[in-house]
Design a protein around this ligand. Structure first.
Ligand SMILES: [Zn+2]
Length: 387
């Protein structure tokens, strides 16, 4: 194409000026390529790393064409082999970057990395993580506003997402998932005439937790009864939690090992375990809180938190964690697990962790310090919960 330059007049100039108006609302419409237009084109070229000449050549024309797209005006997705390019992609990349997602350098190109970051964002706000940017994802991004900038972006964003739903447990839906059940008893350990099974202990812990969280004003659902007729796959448990639009899912298991030496507590959240991989940062925070509260309150060995891609964590659309509370195969842990008082302590720890999820990060309290009874009284009295 022949470059369009100062002195030109016509529909192409009208087009160029309308894009410039879109980028800077004070720039007036018109059909003449005047001095002011040339200045604006130079500024645009400079900003985009194009050759700064003030003429609209093919390169600049393509860049202007891409710039006409305002975020939300079209659906964005990872198109192969010709990725979508535009100002809207750039805006999205900048927003994601501000919120702590890894999109690399904002380059206006909707590539793999951008799609992955969008998927991660979707997962954290409870949308299907398809990596495409449509109206629902746009709304979620809008709801988060521009407040989540600077500091520790990941934590700030998590705090923001949770602050949306208010700093209390009242009315939140939590799904508690006692592992195994029915024909699948999980870890089984004989003990004289008795036998301890993971499925029974997990159910006991889950129903205690159910009582405590319901008492704090949450809507609580269990994924199974005490003795289901058939084995329930994790996929079905995840589906149930999705159907209930749960705010959180907590899965309770007890670990086992082939020797008696292994002991301790570990908590798992969704993630592929690589440094630049996808992880649910909200679930990671919950996992960290559950883990730290249990360790602080029970003294079980700290086996730390870990990222896993298990069905239950991967298919759920809310922050989901799985906690393995001690080893049934460890005599040390078993002595504690069979003690109802210990189980009560453990549940107290999980309730405290859930409560801390809903404190804004800056109001968070030291581990082991929440008195859950005070919490319940405050809820009963209709008071806002304070640290
Ligand atoms: Zn298990």
């Amino acid at each position: 194409m022949r470059p369009i330059r100062r002195g030109d007049r016509g529909p192409a100039v009208t087009e160029i000026r309308s894009v410039l108006t879109r980028l800077d609302t004070s720039f007036p419409a018109g059909d003449l390529f005047d001095e002011e237009t040339e200045r604006a084109v130079r500024a645009f070229q400079q900003q985009r790393g194009l050759t700064v000449g003030g003429d609209v050549d093919e390169e600049t024309w393509l860049a202007l064409d891409a710039a006409r797209w305002r975020l939300g005006a079209r659906a964005l997705f990872h198109a192969i082999p010709h990725p979508l390019i535009g100002e809207d992609v750039r805006t999205l990349q900048e927003r994601l970057l501000e919120m702590g997602y890894d999109v690399g350098r904002p380059d206006s190109v909707y590539g793999t990395r951008t799609a992955k970051a969008v998927g991660q964002f979707q997962r954290e706000v409870g949308l299907a993580p398809d990596g495409a940017f449509g109206p629902q994802t746009m709304n979620a991004l809008r709801r988060l506003g521009r407040k989540v900038v600077g500091g520790r972006p990941q934590l700030l964003r998590e705090a923001e997402a949770f602050r949306q739903s208010g700093p209390h447990l009242l009315g939140k839906t939590v799904v508690i998932d006692p592992g195994h059940g029915g024909p699948d008893q999980g870890i089984i350990v004989p003990d004289g005439p008795l036998r301890w099974t993971e499925s029974e202990l997990a159910f006991d812990l889950a129903s205690r937790l159910e009582g405590r969280l319901a008492g704090a004003g949450m809507r609580v659902h269990l994924t199974r009864g005490p003795s289901p007729a058939a084995r329930i796959p994790d996929k079905a448990r995840a589906q149930l939690a999705n159907d209930l639009h749960a705010d959180l899912l907590i899965s309770i298991h007890i670990d086992g090992y082939k020797t008696a030496e292994a002991d301790g507590v570990a908590t798992y959240h969704y993630g592929d375990g690589t440094s630049e991989g996808v992880t649910s940062t909200v679930a990671e925070r919950l996992a960290g809180l559950v883990q730290r509260e249990i360790v602080a309150r029970t003294g079980l060995r700290n086996c730390h938190i870990h990222a896993k891609t298990w069905d239950l964590l991967r298919l759920t659309r809310m922050p989901a964690v799985r906690v393995e509370i001690g080893y049934l195969t460890s005599p040390h842990d078993r002595t504690r697990l069979v003690d109802p008082l210990f189980r009560e302590q453990t549940i107290e720890a999980i309730v405290a962790a859930v409560q801390r999820m809903y404190f804004p990060v800056e109001n968070d309290v030291p581990t082991g310090s929440i008195d859950v009874r005070q919490l319940r009284m405050a809820v009963a009295a209709g008071l806002p919960i304070k640290a």
